[in-house]
Write a new protein. Structure first.
Length: 136
């Protein structure tokens, strides 16, 4: 019996609301965990009372939500390598077990990824924090 997957349709638009391209993703997406409740509040409501994040500009919060959605809709971590605007990177040195994507030129979304038990495909992501570039 052949397995049938459902495709989701995501339309990417530019500032003029013109369609740039369409992304199709199947029903298998990454599991996202928020290690920081302030990040979860920021993602779900667009605001938080946490002193580290409450002063973020609205456009930065919108970009943060957008990046989490990219992570959520990826099938596996390797899918992020091909989205150049994310600037996906594995950190080095003191942060060698941490990965990150750009929210914008100033902010990074830091996370750890892992494979589900009994698999080799990395599909679990734990969001850690929003960091200013060159700061821990």
């Amino acid at each position: 019996m052949q397995k049938i997957t459902t495709l989701k349709n995501f339309i990417i638009k530019n500032d003029n609301n013109s369609e740039i391209f369409t992304i199709f993703a199947n029903e298998f997406t990454m599991n996202i965990h928020f290690e920081n409740s302030a990040l979860q509040d920021l993602y779900e409501t667009g605001r938080t009372t946490d002193k580290n994040y409450r002063k973020l500009q609205p456009h930065v919060v919108k970009q943060f939500i957008n990046k989490v959605n990219y992570l959520r809709n990826a099938e596996k971590i390797e899918d992020l390598y091909h989205i150049k605007s994310l600037h996906y990177e594995k950190k080095q040195g003191d942060l060698k077990h941490i990965e990150g994507v750009w929210i914008n030129e100033q902010y990074r979304l830091l996370f750890q990824s892992s494979a589900l038990p009994q698999t080799v495909v990395i599909t679990e992501v734990s969001l850690l924090k929003i960091s200013k570039h060159y700061e821990n």
